[in-house]
Ligand binder design. Structure first.
Ligand SMILES: Cc1cc2nc3c(=O)[nH]c(=O)nc-3n(C[C@H](O)[C@H](O)[C@H](O)COP(=O)(O)O)c2cc1C
Length: 211
């Protein structure tokens, strides 16, 4: 891949403030973005999060209110909610071990040993530590989804600007799941002036340090 090609989608994307409410993301592109989320690497491979597509119009309007009126909540073609596990039991590790057995058919002692190592490790963590760790893993998926969308020339805006308590009360998720970010997907409105602004980023030398 050429340098220009590599950088072009990264320059093309921007946090879309105003979506065109009449333009829809195709099911094929949506599936690819969701697949990029599914393929996201996570610590120990445990994938401690879920992604929900919010399709109910009334719910999206209520979320917009919880989101300080940000129009992306209602005007984007699709709204994905990123929810991480607030805590988890050994069941999460058993799920992973089950998948490894099915997919890789490993020597039984190897996967049992690994699962028992993970159970001991997470067994010593508080719910707070588990929640923070799960939230971090979830954000890797959000980052991947942002880039996947850009590669497909689908506009997006990650959304953290909302009242977490209100939004979670509206969503009524099963106990143990907490939404900390949304991803609006769609197509930019021609009226969105933000698209013409140059990127604001720190200089290379302020970000990368050689030791
Ligand atoms: C996790 C996350 C949360 C964000 N939350 C919001 C938000 O609530 N509203 C908004 O308009 N932009 C939001 N943004 C967009 C950022 O402000 C934007 O990505 C950043 O300023 C860089 O600009 P660019 O994405 O246009 O290159 C969010 C971005 C990220 C990554």
């Amino acid at each position: 891949m050429k340098k220009e090609e590599f950088l072009s989608s990264r320059h093309w994307r921007y946090a879309t403030k105003k979506f065109d409410p009449d333009k829809r993301v195709s099911p094929e592109d949506l599936d690819l973005i969701i697949e990029a989320i599914r393929l996201t690497p996570t610590s120990y491979g445990l994938q401690p999060f879920k992604v929900l597509a919010i399709e109910n119009t009334k719910l999206r309007e209520a979320l917009r209110e919880a989101g300080f009126g940000q129009s992306q909540f209602t005007d984007a073609s699709h709204l994905l909610a990123f929810a991480h596990l607030e805590t988890f039991s050994e069941e999460l590790i058993d799920r992973f071990a089950r998948l490894v057995r099915e997919i890789r058919n490993p020597e039984p002692e190897k996967i049992e040993g690994y699962a028992s190592f993970l159970k001991t490790l997470f067994g010593s963590w508080t719910n707070d530590e588990k929640s923070r760790w799960a939230d971090k893993q979830m954000y890797i998926a959000l980052g991947n989804a942002l880039q996947a969308a850009a590669e497909l020339k689908v506009d997006s805006c990650a959304l953290e600007g909302f009242d977490i308590e209100k939004a979670n009360a509206l969503l009524q998720l099963p106990v143990g799941l907490k939404v900390t970010a949304f991803l609006a997907l769609g197509y930019r409105s021609t009226e969105d002036k933000t698209q013409h602004l140059p990127k604001v980023r720190v200089a290379h030398e302020d970000l990368f340090v050689r030791l």
